[in-house]
Design a protein around this ligand. Structure first.
Ligand code: 5GP
Ligand code: ZN
Length: 117
């Protein structure tokens, strides 16, 4: 699902500033903030401000937005001096997704462990 906002969505509330977050980057379309339960010394989440539930809900009209999420992750890593890092997006329950507002994980600050799955 893609809509401007889902009233029941936690990340829509964070995007709207109704729930506080530790912001790392913001523009008119994108917000990045620290993950509340970091799995590495650096763990950011990069989200579109509009509600898009999963990667599968990105349409062709969202291709540039998808690229901007990735480029934001890259920029955060550079700004935080990470020599290497990992970006990941969980898709659907089977992919480990818990919050159904699409988000890119950016992890770094130590050597990443070998297993992804
Ligand atoms: P998922 O498993 O859906 O890919 O990842 C959801 C992520 O959101 C988890 O890493 C979790 O720690 C993070 N998270 C859940 N609730 C909050 C919150 O209220 N604030 C922040 N900053 N992160 C959250
Ligand atoms: Zn949402």
């Amino acid at each position: 699902m893609s809509t401007e906002r889902d009233p029941d969505c936690l990340f829509c509330k964070i995007a709207a500033g109704e729930i506080s977050s530790d912001k790392l980057y913001e523009d008119d379309r994108i917000l990045a903030f620290k993950d509340i339960h970091p799995q590495a010394p650096f763990h950011a989440l990069v989200i579109p401000k509009r509600h898009i539930a999963t990667l599968n809900d990105f349409g062709a009209e969202h291709a540039e937005l998808a690229g901007s999420l990735m480029m934001t992750g890259r920029r955060l890593a550079a700004e935080h001096g990470l020599p290497g890092y990992r970006v990941a997006m969980n898709v659907n329950h089977e992919g480990g997704q818990v919050i159904f507002h699409a988000h890119l994980h950016v992890l770094g600050g130590r050597r990443m462990k070998g297993e992804l799955g």
